[in-house]
Design a protein. Structure first.
Length: 235
């Protein structure tokens, strides 16, 4: 039996951040499983992209192929049904009086962590990995380390098992995330992220920019584009 400390479960959306976290996990752990969540998101194209990214990453490096285990998709349509947001409805992306973008889905990361932990419990895994970042993000309060630490404490108490959460991008800028991808997988991996991952909230994959596909206007595209620009200037 493999020591459970050598295994991890990654919450994998198919975006730039989760792809970079997957490469990081495959360098850090002996066995990595992935889980995705379908919650009626407006950019549901990411569910197709994530499968392509997984396939491409398996073929990119033999050692990654050997470590990459099962993938699971969890249906969380109820979350989309109760969420009146720009990420789950065809409405304009705006900011409220507190500056919070309408793409914020209340409880999303908290729910993701609970379901990921429940799956990990069954699989004998106690390490979860996520692409949350509080250094360069859209203002989501459930990306903050204090929020995540509190949730993980509750999960560990509620399941009577010591779970940990790894967040490799927590204190990195988007430019730093691109640099980490380069460090982990070289130019081939950076190119895979550019061509295959999806971040755009509008689900746009017709227009190819220097930084990849997207509408070029939504908060996710804006962060990705600015990060790529800063990263490219340093090459």
């Amino acid at each position: 039996m493999m020591d459970k400390r050598q295994k991890a479960l990654l919450m994998f959306s198919g975006g730039q951040d989760s792809a970079t976290c997957l490469a990081w996990a495959l360098e850090q752990y002996d066995y990595v499983e992935t889980v995705g969540f379908h919650y009626e998101q407006r950019h549901a194209i990411e569910m197709e992209c994530r499968m392509t990214v997984l396939e491409k990453m398996r073929s990119l490096r033999p050692e990654w192929e050997a470590k990459l285990g099962q993938d699971k998709i969890i249906d969380l349509a109820a979350l989309g049904a109760i969420s009146d947001t720009s990420l789950t409805r065809d409405v304009e992306i705006i900011h409220n009086e507190q500056g919070l973008p309408s793409t914020f889905v209340p409880g999303r990361n908290l729910i993701f962590l609970n379901f990921a932990a429940a799956l990990a419990y069954r699989r004998g895994i106690t390490t979860l990995i996520g692409g949350m970042c509080q250094a360069d993000f859209s203002g989501y309060p459930d990306c903050r380390i204090d929020t995540l630490n509190a949730q993980m404490q509750a999960i560990s108490l509620g399941m009577d098992r010591a779970f940990t959460l790894e967040t490799p991008l927590m204190n990195l800028s988007k430019a730093g995330a691109w640099s980490l991808a380069q460090e982990l997988g070289g130019e081939a991996f950076v190119e895979l992220i550019l061509e295959q991952t999806h971040s755009c909230y509008m689900g746009e994959r017709e227009v190819r920019h220097d930084w990849g596909y997207g509408c070029g206007q939504c908060p996710a595209c804006d962060l990705r584009a600015k990060g790529w620009s800063e990263y490219s200037r340093g090459l």
